[in-house]
Design a binder for this molecule. Structure first.
Ligand code: AMP
Ligand code: ZN
Length: 482
């Protein structure tokens, strides 16, 4: 069966041929860590997790490298650090904000059924690679120094007649039109209004590093150069797939591509560019001012992660996704029905180690068609009907494999949990809230409070278990006390 993926650069769906089938390489732009991630951010995490899982199925678990970066240098982080940790030296406060937010993100996307990426590089740990790329760009005549900034010149790139792609090709913009259309209040240090920052001087107190290109004062990187540096370090000069949300096509990905291709004199950065569509809430743009802004954490208080994930998968990743309460309720019902099947033939019905088994071909066919998860979900419904009517043990295992591949079953039977909670007359929100409070108490080493919450849960009939997640971080799960 052929795997076909849609490429934003060429605007076509093509058979996917990896550069090296023993090491298929993907880069997805990850979060800027300054606050809880919202459910729109969750969509990107889930889409590229599905891609990662499909590639692991096709090429083997150990033959895919998935890099999702962490942007930990950004003005929004600085503002947050100064606000939340007044009196703490700014760099220390920044470290606190980024550590805490990164951990929150990790916990949230794990709850959404996302596997840990192979590498999660931090921008601040790749400053030498950024400097090296900037030096190459200056030496090649693609970038210049002005007033302690280093700027990239798209016009210099397009003046070169060689293997290099054209600036603007990814976002289908013409550089001439961009020049003509640009606003006039351009920063005085720019030669052209389309030039963008690779490096800039730091203000007093801001994080700073020794600058490249002979600049005497310390500075910090622009956003786009971070991803070029991290992708280069972990995936090489050219790799297979680069992904992110549709809003990143311009300028972020256009600029990453320009930097990388000009630094290494290559015709492309990635063979395929994949972008997920935006998520809206009840047909409206999600925004704080409209009061319809949801963090992943907010939603996890009310719904199991599998329910949120299924609500995402019902829409193809390139289409806009309308997030509605009605769809969430439907997903909850569906997940309960599906997990019920696994529960019926005993807890070992879904053997989670499906790595060597062939998975239901109609499901794979749908996923191989540019990750058509909407079709894949329809196939799960068909398989369910077949399993319900035959209900042999082999069929249930096959059904478990399908849910596991989609990240919709992680060893906890949601249907059974829901049923038992109803019997106890306890709701999931309350249990999740208490567990979150207890996790916070443990983090601040308030063990008296953590024990008190454990006892409160026990009195409700809920037993908790402290373990570790796939990353080795502490994770508390629960079950109804027997
Ligand atoms: P932001 O929180 O705006 O910095 O966005 C971080 C990432 O989330 C980017 O990759 C965006 O593409 C993605 N993103 C932001 N808002 C949405 C949304 N409403 N739907 C889907 N993706 C989004
Ligand atoms: Zn990026």
């Amino acid at each position: 069966m052929e795997l076909r993926l849609y490429d934003t650069l060429t605007r076509e769906k093509r058979p996917f041929v990896p550069l090296d089938a023993n090491n298929v390489r993907i880069y997805a732009c990850g979060p800027t860590v300054y606050d809880f991630a919202h459910i729109g951010n969750g969509r990107a995490a889930i889409v590229f997790d599905v891609l990662f899982r499909v590639l692991r199925y096709r090429y083997g678990t150990g033959h895919v490298t998935y890099v999702r970066n962490i942007t930990d240098v950004d003005d929004k982080i600085n503002v947050r650090a100064a606000r939340d940790y007044p009196g703490v030296p700014l760099n220390e406060a920044i470290r606190k904000v980024t550590e805490l937010t990164y951990q929150q993100y990790q916990d949230d996307v794990t709850a959404l059924g996302c596997l840990p990426p192979t590498v999660q590089p931090r921008a601040t740990e790749h400053i030498p690679e950024m400097r090296a790329i900037i030096e190459k760009l200056v030496a090649g005549g693609f970038a210049y120094v002005a007033e302690d900034h280093v700027l990239f010149s798209p016009q210099a790139m397009n003046a070169v007649n060689s293997v290099l792609p054209r600036y603007g090709a990814l976002s289908k913009r013409s550089l001439d039109e961009m020049i003509a259309g640009a606003r006039v209040d351009v920063a005085p240090y720019k030669r052209d209004n389309t030039d963008f920052v690779l490096w800039k001087p730091s203000k007093p107190g801001e994080p700073s590093w020794p600058s490249p290109a002979g600049i005497a004062v310390e500075g910090r990187p622009g956003w786009h150069i971070e991803c070029s540096a991290m992708a280069w370090k972990h995936l090489g000069e050219k790799f297979d797939i680069h992904g992110g949300g549709i809003d990143l096509v311009f300028p972020h990905h256009e600029n990453e591509l320009a930097q990388t291709c000009c630094a290494f004199h290559t015709d492309r950065m990635a063979n395929v560019w994949m972008h997920n569509g935006f998520l809206q809430i009840e047909s409206e743009k999600m925004s704080k001012s409209l009061g319809n802004f949801f963090t992943i954490r907010d939603l996890l208080a009310d719904w199991p992660g599998e329910v949120l994930r299924l609500s995402m998968l019902k829409t193809h990743y390139r289409s806009p996704l309308d997030w509605t309460l009605k769809a969430l309720k439907e997903s909850e019902k569906t997940i309960e029905e599906w997990h019920e099947i696994l529960g019926q033939s005993g807890s070992d019905a879904a053997n989670l180690d499906s790595s060597n088994r062939e998975i239901y071909p109609p499901l794979i066919e749908a996923l191989y068609d540019d990750l058509n998860t909407a079709k894949a979900i329809a196939e799960v419904h068909s398989l369910r009907s077949a399993v319900v009517h035959s209900a042999g043990k082999g069929d249930v295992t096959a059904f478990g494999d399908v849910l596991e591949l989609l990240g919709l079953y992680r060893g906890v039977n949601i249907a059974q949990q829901a049923r038992e909670l109803r019997q106890l007359d306890v709701d999931l929100v309350k249990v999740n809230e208490l567990i979150a409070e207890r996790t916070a108490a443990r983090a601040r080493k308030d063990f008296k409070e953590s024990d008190r919450i454990r006892d409160e849960l026990a009195a409700m009939g809920v037993a908790i278990k402290d373990g570790k997640d796939a990353d080795g971080k502490p994770l508390t799960t629960w079950e109804v006390a027997r």
